[in-house]
Write a protein that binds this ligand. Sequence first.
Ligand code: PDD
Length: 283
Amino acid sequence: MSRISYVNGNYCEHKDSFVHIEDRGYQFADGVYEVFGIINKKIVDYDGHINRLFRSLKEVQMKSPINKSSYYFHIKRLIKINRIDDGLIYLQITRGVAERDFKFPKNTRPSLVMIAKGISLESYEYTFKRGINVKTVKDLRWKRVDIKTINLLAPVLAKQEATDHHCQEAWLIDEDSFVTEGSSSTAWILKKNILYTTPLSNSILNGITRQSLIKGLKKNKLRLIEKKFNINDIKDADEAFITSATQYVMPVVRVDNFKIGNGKVGKHANIFSKAYMEAIKLS
Ligand code: PDD
């Protein structure tokens, strides 16, 4: 069976799914996106992701090309026709196709695409057992990364630098030497049984996985402090993690040249992963 994607109201063969060369996403990165995790054919935390999508649209003054309930319908349909059990949906909206001009085009319909991808839970579990390595990289992003825009060149370069150093994620370091977040994930460290993550601001994305993990921590009476941390805090950490819609809760065992704890996945990895999985809503 062939892979099917969604392009502006049509279900197309993935290999024949195109937008025009003057799409403003292509020329200006003028668009927003969301990534939804799929577990057992169900969407993880749909409401959180769709509400963040509508917030992103509002912040960049774009209108949704379809109404809120239609997103759910199309995502569920893509899961079904692509026979996805576990994986993700990538959804992108740009300001549409118009002759290249920086200011907003008039009467242009936004472009909407959705791509489904199957990823086995076994591959996630394999990585979870080993943990990942992180490289710290300067945070070169713009000042509104709370909006989930497709303007991702700085994270692309950061992730490549991490990859070149045999690391799976980059942690971005701000001008005051604090970690903001990962190039495509939220960053966490654990010290003396207290979990730390950067407080919300325009300098990080309000992760939906972050929100659900926090909910799960509260329910299980696990301690969390939303406070910035730097490389010295990382060196002292007992455990570390990233979270995202594609990695869920993923342990970190090394940052730059420093082992976290004894360099192996610690005992809180399973505790936090379980707390997260119990807190999510599947629909
Ligand atoms: N990225 N911070 C950044 C910069 C991100 O790009 C992401 C997610 C997160 C975590 O957000 P959430 O828990 O809602 O997925 C934090 C997605 C997965 C991506 O770009 O592929």
